[in-house]
Design a protein around this ligand. Sequence first.
Ligand code: DGY
Length: 348
Amino acid sequence: EVWNPNGKYRVISTKPMPGTRWIRLLTDQDCRVEICTQKKTILSVEDILALIGDKCDGVIGQLTEDWGEVLFSGLSRAGGRAFSNMAVGYNNVDVNAANKYGVAVGNTPGVLTETTAELAASLSLSASRRIVEADEFMRAGLYDGWLPHLFVGNLLKGQTVGVIGAGRIGSAYARMMIEGFKMNLIYYDLYQATRLEKFVTAYGEFLKSSGEQPVTWKRAATMEEVLREADLISLHPVLDKTTYHLINKERLSIMKKEAILVNCSRGPVVDEVALVEHLKENPMFRVGLDVFEDEPYMKPGLADMKNAIVVPHIASASKWTREGMATLAALNVLGKIKGYPVWSDPNR
Ligand code: DGY
């Protein structure tokens, strides 16, 4: 699909993206926009090189693509100086290779913070109240009357939510769980989440002044402390060498037997084979997963686990957010092409 065929700058989007604002932004600034409409979900390096061709000024790509040495050298040979991932995460992008070939890299933070946190909250509630199991039970025609023990789950109020990685998304999630469900907070992050701490303190004081039990917060000195103490744990770190298999067999074993683990960050943060074993051995332990180690696949056994809720990497999938991500990705590429500042550069 081609927009503004006579535009001076050739910009490629490796996928159709929601909305038209991002297209207009580019075409209004003399860009010819080419959108790849290939049916194949995941494009290979060769597919993308073919799209880039001999002349290409910038590319908007997706987190399923491997943006390394080969693609950045190819883009650079075609005269390209700009690449943006349509994602906040950029573990699929070799930023050093991009720097080496003089290609600026952008990502799309901010617009997906609340949407992603809302999915983490949805998975938390769904796991806690066994929503998916109960839905399957109803549809299977198994409900034959109210029973005192039918699908008994947890009450989140007064329990402790553990957040690992209290950046933008982790903090937004923590606020939702604290304010929405009056949970106490324990978090682990290399940096102090000052605004989050201030929020919990103020909210705790408000509850106290209304005669309610105040909520509390604690910044853990180690991740293990969070894993031991929290009833519900949500993972929000970036994926890099230091966070690969952050949640492994040993760390799973110190979590409460009835804890809930939610992952809306990146699949390889959790050792999925160890997780499947843990779910088998601990039927009261529950997980809500948006991401997987070998996407789009799940490790053997995971799909059979009743104590797991699995959804296909949809954390940022609200209309507003996806249109915003597309727009930011276009702005990033346009910025570099036209010499404006790149809207979001993960190097900074
Ligand atoms: C991201 O932006 O990194 C998400 O995983 C996809 O929305």
